[in-house]
Design a protein around this ligand. Structure first.
Ligand code: ADP
Ligand code: ZN
Length: 668
């Protein structure tokens, strides 16, 4: 059974949602840069800078010719190193010799008249020479001396100005990226390549969460406990030649306690815990993600044994190169670095990487290979008793009245994740406090549930009682039809607890471990997938959109039976399977054949639908029993079905079940 999402188109997850993240424009900083540049330009314009000439004039030439002839109006001595010489306008007009020299030296008049400059060999001698000449032969030359660094600094400032600007801009961007105005914090300029991992360890912020605080999730806890043991006693396992897993993927919808479980794991193992989100790795600069990964693992190696937890790993772990146009090299680099690091440490190095995601299907296969995240722990939305346990955990710190009925609370909150329940408990306490009560009553909790439901309804997560009934019958239809169809897969469990994706409920089957499928199996599977809708039609006289994913899988199966596996009499032993042409619109068969295929598929599905409807009509009592039990318990396992409607008639199946390797498949 699948959620109908059509009325509410998904909200675009664009820049809109990131509004609060965009830093406020830092005009002040830009202004400062502007001012600095302007000041420098101003200095440059009015400063006494060296005047370049194409043909240099030596100090000796200057004193013996220019000064002697009284052609010089002004000398500026800069920094005891060079002299700027400004010539008398009169001399240029009157002296033919000077004119000739100036032309020869290609000295052109500037806005300060004719001028040039030269290096001074020794300042003291130079000054003495000037003094002697002007005394012996009185001239009206003025000598200005500019000591110190002020003017000498400017040219060097000029040469480093571009670098300053580049560095300045860089700093600016770093600070923007780092997010903090301080710039020196964990995200600051010098830490750009550092991981932003939060570290919890003894001494610092200690992880003191234990498994006791993680309610439900019993199977997950067992698996995690095993990993804790790996961390604590690696020798025990490696001594026998076993390889300790390096990574473990926690798969489940948001708020179901993945982070909590990872933290509890660190708490139980008493090891440091690095926590980071996948999206923290990726920045707009190439190489940053990879270097953060390196840094994270480096820190982890120093602290080992330890646990690294990466939330939302799909942010970096999406399959590479699927979408060539919008490929994100930076993300790929980050992912590659992660793979390299995970391959790099040996199993007994005491580092275990946990990652969380609710989209395992989009992950790059390379991440799931042995030696990486080869273990998967699935964490589902809690069922009734799970919710009860979670309530108990979160009620511990709350002063409640004695008449609080936790079971009833759990009943009222189908589909709620652990985080939602934590939220309810908190809301209830707040509501009670607002009305000045000394304890939190059932009424406060009911109000809190209503309030939280209000929020969740907007997210399309809440199921009304009527809908719940339809879902229960729909899933019962799958379960019962599968139970009595010889070639259908054996059932593992059936539930009306929604999964993280659109599925509102599902029945899980264990595929048989074999490679060949006979025609009857496909036909029975089609019938079973139609069982949900068939029951809806029989019981409620109307059908819902809940069968969408059933129908897509039915269509797929039917088409492959007819046109890929050559199992249809009319079409014959032909396979139009062409892996290369996937997604293209050219079909390797004629219009007529195409129509024939369509007709045969239609017929096949129709026959299966009639067959399953008849079957379910015969077993209507079983359907009702299962549906009612589902409404009460939310989850039923194979044993429950045996208890309720008797053993499955085709017991041969069960021999296969003992040696399970295939993943159970859900039928929504
Ligand atoms: P996820 O990482 O799966 O999104 P979190 O671990 O961050 O979810 O869960 C958020 C909060 O919800 C937790 O801090 C805890 O208070 C509460 N919570 C979730 N699952 C459970 C659980 N199984 N038992 C107790 N509390 C839970
Ligand atoms: Zn279904």
């Amino acid at each position: 059974m699948e959620a109908n999402n059509s009325p509410t188109p998904p909200v675009p997850q664009g820049p809109l949602n990131n509004n609060d993240k965009t830093p406020t424009p830092k005009f002040n900083i830009y202004w400062i840069y502007g001012l600095i540049i302007l000041t420098l330009i101003g200095f440059a314009t009015f400063s006494t800078n060296r005047i370049k000439t194409t043909e240099p004039i030596s100090e000796k030439q200057f004193t013996s010719i220019y000064l002697q002839n009284n052609w010089v109006k002004k000398i500026e001595i800069i920094d005891k190193e060079s002299a700027n010489v400004f010539l008398q306008a009169d001399s240029i007009r009157t002296s033919a010799r000077l004119k000739a020299i100036l032309t020869a030296k290609k000295i052109e008049p500037s806005k300060n008249g004719y001028c040039f400059s030269f290096e001074i060999n020794d300042n003291a001698t130079f000054l003495k020479n000037i003094d002697e000449i002007t005394k012996a032969n009185p001239t009206n030359t003025s000598v200005d001396i500019y000591p110190g660094k002020s003017s000498g600094l400017l040219p060097s400032l000029y040469s480093i100005l571009p670098f300053l600007l580049v560095i300045g801009l860089f700093v600016l961007m770093m600070r923007k990226m780092g997010g903090g105005p301080g710039g020196g914090g964990p995200g600051g300029i010098f830490n750009i390549g550092k991981s932003k991992a939060q570290l919890f360890e003894k001494g610092g912020t200690k992880v003191n969460i234990t498994f006791a605080e993680v309610a439900g999730l019993d199977e997950a806890k067992v698996e995690v406990m095993e990993i804790v043991d790996f961390l604590k006693h690696p020798k025990k396992y490696t001594a026998l030649g076993g390889k300790i897993p390096r990574g473990c993927l926690l798969v489940g919808p948001p708020g179901t306690g993945k982070t909590l479980l990872a933290k509890a794991m660190a708490g139980e193992a008493q090891v440091p815990f690095f926590s980071m989100s996948g999206s923290d790795f990726v920045e707009m600069f190439v190489g940053v993600g990879a270097s953060r990964v390196r840094d994270l693992f480096k820190q982890a190696r120093e602290k080992s044994p330890c646990i690294i937890f990466i939330d939302e790993i799909d942010a970096i772990g999406r399959a590479r190169g699927k979408n060539a146009m919008a490929s994100n090299d930076e993300r790929e680099n980050t992912l590659n670095q992660m793979l390299v690091e995970m391959d790099g440490f040996s199993g007994d190095s005491g580092i275990i990487v946990l990652a969380a995601t609710n989209r395992p299907d989009v992950l790059d296969q390379a991440l799931l290979r042995p030696g990486r995240f080869d273990r998967q722990i699935s964490i589902d939305i809690p069922d009734l008793s799970g919710r009860e346990d979670i309530f108990k955990v979160h009620l511990k710190g709350i002063k409640t009245s004695n008449n609080l009925d936790i079971h009833k609370l759990a009943l009222q909150t189908p589909g709620f994740a652990g985080a939602d329940i934590a939220n309810i408990c908190n809301e209830a306490a707040l509501i009670a406090a607002r009305s000045g009560k000394t304890e939190v009553t059932m009424q406060d909790f009911n109000d809190a549930v209503d309030r939280v439901i209000g929020g969740l309804e907007k997210k399309n997560k809440i199921i009304s009682p009527d809908e719940k009934k339809v879902i229960a019958y729909h899933e019962a239809g799958h379960a019962v039809s599968g139970w009595f169809l010889e070639h259908a897969y054996p059932l593992v469990k059936v539930t009306i607890v929604p999964r993280g994706d659109a599925a509102l409920g599902y029945a899980q089957y264990l595929p048989k471990e074999k490679y060949l499928t006979i025609k009857e199996e496909i036909e029975d599977r089609i019938a079973m997938a139609l069982g949900g809708r068939a029951v809806e039609e029989m019981i409620f006289g109307k059908i819902s959109t809940g069968a969408l994913s059933d129908l897509t899988s039915v269509t797929k199966m039917a088409y492959s039976l007819v046109s890929v596996y050559g199992m249809n009499d009319k079409i014959g032993n032909i396979s139009f399977y062409d892996p290369q042409s996937e997604g293209s619109f050219t079909k390797p068969y004629s219009e007529e054949t195409g129509k024939m295929i369509d007709d045969e598929v239609r017929k096949l599905i129709e026959v299966a639908y009639i067959r399953v409807k008849k079957l379910l009509m015969d077993k209507l009592d079983a359907v009702k029993i299962i549906a009612n039990e589902l409404l009460e318990k939310e989850v039923l396992y194979k044993d429950d079905l045996t208890r309720l409607i008797g053993p499955r008639p085709f017991e041969g199946d069960d021999t296969n079940v003992t040696n399970i390797t295939p993943e159970p498949i859900p039928v929504a």
